[in-house]
Design a protein around this ligand. Structure first.
Ligand SMILES: Nc1nc2c(c(=O)[nH]1)N[C@H]1C(S)=C(S)[C@@H](COP(=O)(O)OP(=O)(O)OC[C@H]3O[C@@H](n4cnc5c(=O)[nH]c(N)nc54)[C@H](O)[C@@H]3O)O[C@H]1N2
Ligand SMILES: Nc1nc2c(c(=O)[nH]1)N[C@H]1C(S)=C(S)[C@@H](COP(=O)(O)OP(=O)(O)OC[C@H]3O[C@@H](n4cnc5c(=O)[nH]c(N)nc54)[C@H](O)[C@@H]3O)O[C@H]1N2
Ligand SMILES: [Mo]
Length: 751
């Protein structure tokens, strides 16, 4: 057994989130990483209108004038502390540790060493990274990129923490070179939401505002999301909603603490009392059972309507939608037994949910990775949209879809053109503004980039943040691919796996983070509710050699193309980048002036604002989504790979998952009691997880079984440790998102 395995301790899961432990943990992290002065300077300006945007999740901020003194959560504080740490990974560190030695370390250890301080270069065949000047670094990348036999032999990856300015400059760089190969973290995240929403309502993002949730919705359905850990500030909005009488329905295989009860650390009552009960109804769906559940509730609503109760919004359906009759015929033909089997819920439970729906005037549905990372994710989200459309729950206060985004600016990055298949109108506007012809052929997304790398079709991999080597599925395949590149280079704040699984030569370009003051200007971001606002870092840079992301990208542009489209000006002053954005991106006219307003501005969302739908039919489209789900064969389980309370994606802050009762370790697999007895295992057993797929088996060794209240057949383990199990070809239809929440596995006793 590993050293980690010996320390692992399992306790009962908790049934409420936040409260005193949350605050105490946040302060402990902050003080340990930053000390008192930096802690005060960062945490008190975090999410304030004159401060910086939290680098953790993409949840929105209250309107200017309505913010609290401490407008952050435990996990936001951890993210800030992790970035603003005083620890440094400098040239002495790299001289001491070879790349091979570093690659033996855990993701947790790698990042815990602190911030990267200066550009580093790994020469072909070298064992250690060595310092390199910025000019030399730009020259190396520029000469490689401009001498490619075909621009499509380069891949430009983006993670969703990049600012609007950095993202815009980055897509400009890729397209100026001549490629649309722009995979991003969104391909692995909310791509399925974007695809389903665009088809149904003509816009690839959510339509509700923060106020819709806190002030207007009377039923909030939270599906496949763990807000207590991943969007803790959402709990405040939910608490406000509850206090004015709204109901919450939680749909999840796991009884997540953050869905059940909330103790608000901002209120004395929340700290000492029992807190606010959140979910009024908990639907413990089986993994991947949501399509069946929503088809079931839609069928139920239709049946009630046809039995003479008036439950559908006939006016909305008539005036604003298309395809209702066909969808209704499909629901009529559905079989309840089938719905119950696929969802793992009884007809009575689904009917009770329908009662909640009928009793409410304004329904918001929030969702995250529990819906998007399945083979049938796109049809599932379309079925959720059918559910909203049936009662006209869109384009009025409190009603609509709310795909809760992950990274703090992942939505903004898309708006700025980080997408392998941006629409023609965007490319036309780019052409007009910069007088070069951007490539029109669609590029590779994350999964297709890995395929291309493995097939030897990629020479240069550039990463704007993130951790491609650890975050992507099928670790073995991804590593093979990265190692086939001639050059891999990453703009990063911290050391991670992607610097250690490298091409023939490799570069690390250390950048400033959100907390730091960028001498060339402030930056902007867009949250989950389409609000665009400024982010003003406060701390002095941690090293004189760190540079702003936008600066780095534009200077690389300068090294590649000279002053053809004003790279130098953009690098020196980000308001110049914003003027270009204003000319290219719809909704950004007068960008510099409007973003100077406290709280920023909201982008137009026609379905929300005026019930206009930019679909082919010019209406909101109902769709037909045959009920499917992934069913593990006899002797196997379906595994979801999810986040612990102590991580931000591949950034592991600590080894505890407090709410689920897991302490001092991460190699655990949560399995139901029924499965343990039928498969002949017990809590505490050490097993290998073996995934099975058409192309063979994949193995993740040495996981401790934890008996957990998850539905039979549905298991769970943490990512990135479990990524090795996700087959590259196991993806969502349409969106090509890795199906990392439905991996077919079996447990194998260690021999
Ligand atoms: N502190 C912190 N904050 C974060 C992140 C982080 O790692 N740490 N990551 C950020 C990012 S990039 C993202 S995308 C978001 C992720 O936010 P989440 O989507 O909340 O993250 P996951 O941990 O993947 O949790 C998935 C949830 O869906 C449930 N689930 C899994 N499969 C199913 C299913 O088939 N049906 C249903 N109904 N439920 C299911 C799981 O039990 C779990 O509660 O959070 C963002 N915020
Ligand atoms: N099995 C499985 N796999 C998944 C998921 C899952 O649920 N299950 N979730 C998927 C999802 S939703 C996502 S979004 C992806 C995440 O994929 P990524 O976005 O690629 O990964 P992160 O772990 O968020 O990236 C962390 C790294 O970003 C760098 N970084 C941090 N802050 C900054 C900054 O301000 N600037 C720059 N330039 N770099 C910075 C640091 O070096 C850090 O090591 O993972 C996906 N992978
Ligand atoms: Mo994400």
């Amino acid at each position: 057994m590993t050293a980690e395995g010996k320390k692992l301790r399992i306790e009962e899961p908790e049934d409420y989130a936040v409260g005193v432990p949350g605050v105490a943990v946040a302060m402990r992290y902050a003080m340990a990483e930053m000390g008192p002065v930096r802690s005060a300077r960062t945490l008190l300006t975090l999410n304030q209108t004159t401060g910086f945007d939290c680098p953790s999740c993409a949840w929105g901020d209250p309107a200017a004038g309505h913010r609290k003194m401490a407008e952050f959560c435990e996990n936001g504080a951890k993210a800030v502390a992790w970035e603003a740490t005083r620890k440094r990974v400098d040239r002495a560190f790299f001289a001491k540790h070879s790349v091979e030695e570093l690659n033996q370390q855990s993701d947790y250890w790698l990042e815990s060493n602190g911030r990267l301080t200066e550009p580093m270069y790994l020469a072909p065949g070298a064992t250690h990274y060595a310092p390199i000047s910025w000019d030399e670094a730009y020259k190396k990348i520029a000469s490689k990129l401009t001498s490619l036999s075909d621009p499509d032999r380069a891949v430009f990856y983006t993670s969703g923490r990049a600012s609007n300015e950095a993202a815009f400059a980055y897509q400009l760089l890729a397209r100026r070179l001549g490629t649309n190969n722009m995979p991003d973290c969104s391909n692995m995240c909310h791509e399925s939401s974007g695809a389903a929403l665009t088809e149904t309502i003509g816009i690839g993002k959510g339509t509700v505002t923060l106020e819709d949730i806190s002030d207007h919705a009377d039923l909030i359905v939270i599906v496949g999301q763990n807000p207590g850990t991943n969007h803790p500030r959402m709990l405040s909005g939910l608490e406000e909603a509850k206090q004015r009488g709204a109901k919450i329905v939680a749909v999840n295989p796991l009884p997540e603490a953050g869905l059940m009860r909330f103790k608000n650390p901002q209120k004395p009552k929340g700290v000492v009392g029992g807190g606010t009960k959140l979910a009024d109804r908990f639907l413990q769906v089986r993994l991947n059972g949501d399509l069946a559940l929503f088809a079931g509730v839609n069928k139920e609503l239709l049946e009630r309507e046809e039995n003479g109760q008036s439950v559908l919004d006939k006016g909305f359906i008539e005036e604003f939608s298309a395809g209702f009759d066909e969808a209704a015929a499909a629901w009529r033909a559905l079989d309840w037994a089938e719905i119950e089997t696929h969802s793992g819920l009884s007809r009575a439970e689904i009917a009770a949910f329908a009662d909640d729906v009928v009793a409410s005037k304004a329904v918001t549905v929030c969702w995250a990775m529990g819906l998007t990372q399945h083979k049938n994710a796109v049809p599932t989200i379309r079925e959720v949209m059918n559910f909203l459309l049936l009662r006209g729950n869109i384009g009025r206060p409190g009603a609509g879809p709310c795909p809760v985004r992950g990274h703090s600016n992942v939505q903004g990055d898309r708006t700025m053109g980080i997408w392998e298949k941006m629409p023609e109108e965007f490319l036309d506007a780019l052409h007009k503004e910069f007088s070069f012809a951007p490539p029109r052929e669609h590029g590779w997304d994350a999964v297709n980039s890995i395929r291309a790398m493995r097939e030897g079709k990629v020479d240069v991999f550039l990463g704007l943040g993130g951790n491609f080597a650890s975050a992507t599925p099928d670790t073995g395949a991804t590593w093979d691919g990265l190692r086939k590149c001639e050059l891999t280079a990453h703009i990063s704040t911290k050391l991670n796996r992607s610097h250690l699984v490298h091409g023939t030569e490799a570069l690390i370009l250390p950048c400033l983070g959100r907390t730091e003051r960028d001498p060339n200007g402030f930056v902007t971001v867009e949250d989950s509710m389409s609000v665009v606002h400024g982010s003003h870092g406060k701390l002095a840079p941690g090293s004189p050699h760190q540079r702003g992301e936008t600066d780095i990208i534009c200077r690389l542009g300068l090294a590649m193309f000279g002053e053809d489209i004003g790279w130098g000006e953009m690098a020196a002053d980000y308001s110049v980048v914003r003027d270009h954005i204003a000319a290219v991106v719809p909704g950004f006219s007068d960008f510099n002036a409007r973003v100077a307003e406290p709280g920023g501005f909201t982008l137009p969302r026609p379905p929300h604002d005026t019930r206009e739908f930019a679909t082919a039919s010019k209406r909101a489209n109902f769709s037909i989504n045959p009920v499917t789900s992934v069913v593990a064969p006899e002797g196997h389980l379906l595994l979801q790979t999810l986040r612990s309370h102590d991580q931000f994606n591949t950034t592991v802050y600590g080894l505890n998952d407090r709410y689920r009762g897991v302490h001092h370790g991460r190699r655990v697999v949560l399995v139901s009691e029924a499965d343990l007895s039928s498969l002949g295992f017990a809590d505490g057993d050490i097993v290998d997880l073996v995934s099975v797929w058409a192309d063979g088996e994949r193995r993740a060794p040495e996981f401790r079984i934890v008996k957990y209240p998850t539905p039979p057949g549905s298991a769970a383990a943490y990512f990135p440790e479990a990524n090795v199990l996700v087959p590259l070809d196991s993806v969502a239809d349409v969106s090509n998102t890795p199906a990392s929440k439905s991996v077919v596995i079996r447990l194998e006793r260690q021999k």
